[in-house]
Design a protein around this ligand. Structure first.
Ligand SMILES: NC(=O)c1ccc[n+]([C@@H]2O[C@H](COP(=O)([O-])OP(=O)(O)OC[C@H]3O[C@@H](n4cnc5c(N)ncnc54)[C@H](O)[C@@H]3O)[C@@H](O)[C@H]2O)c1
Length: 442
């Protein structure tokens, strides 16, 4: 088993490298960050949770200096600044407005760890300011935002990486290699499930005054204005449509990404069918679905998404994961491992394929950050998760939500940027930004 695992691991990097194709012009390859071959100076926008985790792994690299932090919550900003000073001995510049931070000429890269409704503006502004960008997933809260983000990264020649760290996971790479070796036979279907109740369990609470030190105007940004409520603020915003897309976008992008990668799908599905609702907790505060089923149809393959409210169990004794159903066996995976459940060959009285299990090494996130930094230094646009990868996956997640929100069978034309004969669904493609914020024109 050890030898097999070693073999799979060694060859995985080459396979992973072969999966991405260059979309960048040669002329862009000469662009250097200001601190190339020397220090990499980063700034963090959105310091509370994942942004901070990202920065922590950036700082494991001795060439990285965090010279700026930005947050609209001054308590969080100052706490993080004190923590940073304690661990690195350096005082970062502090900002409440990311646009001021982007004016810092010496800044090479930014990490965007804000809620989803902010990613597009902050990303496109960082592109035009000439920064490289590590942006959290899902890259955007609308399909049209995904397109302008891809355009901006290309136009300004920026190195980008999306926080879909599973793309850097060694066991995920070996899973993709196994799937693409054909050993599983014909794969007609992949099921994905994510049964988590976080965010779904609270009853609504009343609006309150904006907490001291919070710039709520700047938290809402381009989203439509609504009174302050702690339930749609830090952390729990993901269950409200103006800021996030529920489990479908929060976990969906990570898990859909692995199926799209494993099945080598780089385009839109033929059709999308989705149904969902607040069935397990109808009175609770989230707007997004606690229960949702979506099917994506391809020429000879179906990809199914499922989250079921009120349960934290699931198939193969896993509350989240995926199962690729092949004619020779089923490959089941999540962040812990992947394993094969062989089909039985009745004629020859033996399993059709070997039963194997490959464990995770849990280095995904660290490796993902290392990959971004290495790509920044070498000006390699093919990071482990490019903005194009992030865009494809975010679009899939949003398509699932739109199918269930409209209750219609969707056909999305990604060249024309609209649904076929579905004006109702088209309304969900592009946000109307609240003044003075303007949808980026890139
Ligand atoms: N890759 C992963 O595994 C993973 C895990 C968790 C979260 N995420 C992603 O990370 C992002 C952040 O999620 P979170 O859980 O950290 O959210 P959070 O609400 O805990 O933190 C967001 C932070 O951004 C700040 N912020 C909001 N608007 C801002 C603005 N305009 N300028 C500066 N700061 C602003 C908030 O004050 C807060 O400190 C989301 O996109 C989420 O999907 C990714």
């Amino acid at each position: 088993m050890g030898t097999r695992r070693q073999f799979i691991k060694t060859s995985a990097a080459a396979v992973a490298a072969g999966l991405t194709s260059s979309v960048w012009g040669e002329s862009l390859l000469n662009l250097q960050p200001s601190g190339a071959n020397d220090k990499i100076r980063v700034g963090l926008i959105g310091c509370r949770n994942m942004g901070w985790s990202n920065l922590t792994d950036f700082l494991l690299h001795k060439e990285v200096e965090c010279i700026a932090l930005c947050d609209i919550d001054s308590k969080i900003l100052h706490e993080r600044a004190a923590e940073l000073e304690k661990t690195t001995g350096r005082k970062p510049k502090l900002f409440a407005d990311y646009r001021k931070m982007l004016e810092m000429k010496e800044l090479d890269a930014v990490i965007i760890g804000t809620p989803d409704h902010w990613h597009c503006l902050q990303f496109t502004d960082a592109c035009s300011a000439g920064k490289d960008i590590y942006v959290e997933k899902p890259i955007a809260n609308y399909i049209a935002e995904c397109d302008v983000m891809v355009n901006a990264a290309r136009k300004y020649g920026r190195i980008t990486s999306v926080g879909q760290q599973q793309r850097s996971g060694n066991h995920w790479k070996t899973m993709v290699e196994y799937l693409q070796s054909g050993q599983l036979g014909t794969v007609a279907c992949a099921d994905i499930w994510a049964n988590f109740n976080y965010g779904a369990l609270s009853l609504p609470v009343s609006n309150t005054a904006v907490p001291e030190g919070v710039d709520y105007e700047m938290w809402q940004g381009p989203a439509q204005a609504r009174p302050f409520n702690p339930q749609h603020f830090h952390g729990s915003w993901r269950m409200f449509w103006a800021y996030g897309g529920g489990l479908m976008t929060d976990w969906g992008v990570h898990l859909l990404d692995m199926v799209l990668w494993g099945m080598d799908i780089k385009h839109m599905p033929k059709r999308i069918v989705g149904l969902g609702g607040k069935f397990a907790y109808p009175d609770n505060c989230p707007e997004t679905f606690d229960t949702l089923k979506v099917t994506y149809e391809f020429d000879s393959f179906l990809m199914n998404w499922s989250n079921v409210g009120g349960t934290e169990t699931g198939p193969y004794n896993r509350n989240y994961g995926m199962a690729f159903k092949g004619t020779n066996g089923t490959l089941v995976a999540n962040r812990d491992n992947w394993e094969i459940y062989p089909e039985w060959d009745g004629k020859n009285k033996r399993n059709k394929i070997e039963s194997i299990k490959v464990e995770a090494d849990f280095q995904d996130h660290k490796d993902h950050v290392s990959n971004f930094l290495a790509c920044m230094k070498s000006r390699d646009f093919e990071t482990a998760c490019t903005i194009e990868n992030g865009s494809l996956c975010a679009k899939y997640a949003h398509l699932g939500n739109i199918a269930a929100r409209t209750g219609t069978v969707l056909v999305y034309d990604d060249s024309a940027k609209h649904f076929i004969n579905n004006a109702e669904a088209d309304k969900y493609l592009r946000p109307s930004y609240r003044s003075p914020w303007q949808f980026p024109n890139v």
